[in-house]
Design a protein around this ligand. Structure first.
Ligand code: 6PG
Length: 475
C-alpha cells in the first residue's frame, strides 16, 4: 500500500464492484475500497495478491472519502433503488465542490435524472453509468455508457478509457449526455439483449420442436454461425451452452434446466419507456412477453393437454433460411432499440450520438456482434428519416434476408412453434414498408363512435362525417 491519495473509490465489493476495482488497480490506479459489510474488505485485499498494493482499504465512509484525492471520484456498485438514495444522503455532507459520485448499477434512468437534479447546486456531481459485460467484462474490459456533466467526464475519462474493452484499440466507453442518458442507453442495450437472446431461442425452438434436433446438434449449427454476419457473443454463448453436458445425468445441460426465464427488469423498462413516448419496440416486447409467459409453468403444463394445436403441419426451414431469418430479425430488433433511443434523445434533449453508441457496443458488452460495426458505419452514412433500416447498406441486407425471415415465420406458424420476437420484427418491417397502411380505417372507427375527426388525403383540415346511425331501421 502507498501513502498517496487514491485516484478513485469503489464502494461495494460484490461481484461487479470487486471486478471493476481489480481492473482499475491492474491499470495502475490507486483504488480506495470499502463495503457495507466491513468483514469482506480484508479478504478482498488479500485475494487481490500483488494488486493489493494498488488498493487502499477503508472501514468507514469517512475514512474512505478521506483516502481520495480531490476532486473525488467515487464509484458506487450497490443496489440502485432505495440503498442508492440513502447512500447519497449519507455521503453528500462529506463531499466538497467538484466531487463526483457514480452509480454504476442497472438503475432506472428516471431515478438517475432525479438524483442528478438533487445534486445540481450542491457542488457535487452525479453520474449514471451503465456497465455491460458481466463479471468477466468488469474485470477485463466492460463497455460503459456514461451520463453526467462534462466536468465529471473529464475526471472519469482517463480511468474509464483505461479499463474499458477495446475495439481495434478504441475504448468502448463514451460520455453520451447529461443526467439519465447513460442509464437509458444501458436500459435499451438490455432490451436489445432480451430480443437477441429470444430470437436465438426461437430458432432453437424451431429446430428442437419442429425438426426434433437434439441440443448438441443445434449447438454445432450455431458454432458454424460464429463466423460471418451472425457472429456475436450471444451466439457463442448459446452454441457453447447447447453443447455442454450435465455431469450428473449425462443429458445436455439445457435439457435439465427449467424453462422459466428470470429477469431483473431492465428489458421491461425499455418497453415501458418506449410506450410512454408513443413508440413501440415490439420485438423487444415479444421477448419480454415470452419471458413472462415462461414463468407461468403450471398453466402451460395444463394447457398442453387442454388446448388443441389445430392442424400443425409444415416444412422445417433450411439452415440457410434460419441463419438469414435470424440476421434480419436481429437487425430489426436493434433498429427498434435505436428508434427508442432517438425518441428519448428528442424528449429529454440529449443529442444522443447513435454512431458512438454502436461503436461502444462493438466490444465488452453482452450484445457485442459483427452487426454493431455495420450499424456504426450506417449511422455515419446516409440515413433517411434517421431510420437505421433505411440506410442503403442495411436495407440491402434486409432485402436479401427478409424472404428467409418470412419463410421461417410462416413455417414456425404452420408447425405451431411460437416465434413472438421474430414475427413481431417481421410485422414491423411490413408495417414500415407500406406507404399506405390501414390506419385510415382506425380513424374512421374513431370518428364513427367518438367523433374524433380525421385528416383527408385530398385537402387540408380536420374533418368529421355523419356516419350511418346503427340504431336506425334503415341502416
Ligand atoms: C450486461 C447485462 C447485465 C445483466 C442484467 C440483465 O449488460 O452485462 O445486461 O446487466 O445480465 O442483469 O439481466 P436480466 O436478464 O436478469 O434482466
Amino acid at each position: 500500500m502507498t501513502n498517496d491519495k487514491a485516484d478513485i473509490g469503489v464502494y461495494g465489493l460484490g461481484t461487479m464492484g470487486s471486478a471493476l476495482a481489480l481492473n482499475l488497480a491492474e491499470k495502475g490506479f490507486q483504488v480506495a475500497v470499502t463495503n457495507r459489510e466491513t468483514e469482506w474488505i480484508d479478504d478482498f485485499v488479500k485475494e487481490a495478491g500483488a494488486l493489493g498494493d494498488h488498493l487502499t482499504p477503508a472501514r468507514t465512509l469517512e475514512e474512505f472519502v478521506e483516502a481520495l484525492s480531490t476532486p473525488r471520484t467515487i464509484l458506487f456498485m450497490i443496489p440502485s433503488g432505495a440503498p442508492m438514495d440513502a447512500m447519497i444522503d449519507t455521503v453528500l455532507p462529506l463531499l466538497t465542490a467538484g466531487d463526483t459520485i457514480i452509480d454504476g448499477g442497472n438503475a432506472d434512468f428516471n431515478d438517475t435524472r432525479r438524483r442528478f437534479e438533487q445534486l445540481s447546486g450542491t457542488g457535487a456531481h452525479f453520474v449514471g453509468m451503465g456497465v455491460s459485460g458481466g463479471e468477466k467484462g468488469a474485470r477485463h474490459g466492460p463497455s460503459m455508457m456514461v451520463g453526467g456533466t462534462a466536468h465529471s467526464w473529464t475526471q472519469l475519462r482517463p480511468m474509464a478509457e483505461a479499463i474499458a474493452a477495446k475495439f481495434e484499440g478504441a475504448p468502448c466507453v463514451a460520455h453520451l449526455g447529461p443526467d439519465g442518458a447513460g442509464h437509458f442507453v444501458k436500459t435499451v442495450h438490455n432490451g436489445i439483449e432480451y430480443a437477441d437472446m429470444q430470437m436465438i431461442a426461437e430458432v432453437y425452438g424451431v429446430l428442437r420442436d419442429g425438426a426434433r434436433w437434439d441440443a448438441p446438434r443445434i449447438g454445432q449449427l450455431f458454432d458454424g454461425w460464429r463466423q460471418g454476419p451472425l457472429s456475436s457473443y450471444l451466439i457463442e454463448v448459446s452454441a457453447a451452452a447447447l453443447q455442454t453436458m450435465d455431469p450428473e445425468t449425462g443429458q445436455p445441460m439445457v435439457d435439465v434446466i427449467e424453462d422459466r426465464a428470470g429477469q431483473k427488469g431492465t428489458g421491461r423498462w425499455t418497453v415501458i419507456e418506449a410506450l410512454k413516448m408513443g413508440q413501440s419496440a415490439s420485438a423487444i416486447e415479444g421477448a419480454m412477453g415470452a419471458r413472462a409467459w415462461s414463468s407461468q409453468k403450471p398453466a402451460r403444463v395444463a394447457a398442453e393437454t387442454i388446448l388443441a394445436a389445430g392442424a400443425v403441419q409444415g416444412e422445417v426451414p433450411s439452415q440457410d433460411d434460419l441463419a438469414d431469418a435470424l440476421l434480419a430479425g436481429r437487425i430489426l430488433a436493434h433498429a427498434q432499440g435505436f428508434a427508442v433511443l432517438a425518441a428519448a434523445s428528442e424528449e429529454f434533449d440529449w443529442a444522443l450520438d447513435m454512431a458512438r453508441i454502436s461503436e461502444i457496443w462493438r466490444a465488452g458488452c453482452i450484445i457485442r456482434s459483427a452487426l454493431l460495426d455495420d450499424f456504426a458505419q450506417a449511422f455515419r452514412g446516409e440515413l433517411p428519416h434517421g431510420q437505421l433500416i433505411l440506410s442503403p447498406q442495411i436495407a440491402a441486407t434486409l432485402a436479401r434476408t427478409i424472404a428467409p425471415l418470412r419463410r421461417c415465420v410462416g413455417a414456425a406458424v404452420a408447425l405451431g412453434v411460437p416465434v413472438p420476437a421474430l414475427s413481431a420484427s417481421l410485422a414491423w418491417y411490413d408495417s414500415m414498408r407500406h406507404a399506405r397502411g390501414t390506419a385510415n380505417l382506425i380513424q374512421a372507427q374513431r370518428d364513427f363512435f367518438g367523433a374524433h375527426g380525421f385528416s383527408r388525403t385530398d385537402k387540408e383540415g380536420h374533418f368529421n362525417v355523419n356516419w350511418p346511425d346503427l340504431n336506425s331501421p334503415n341502416s
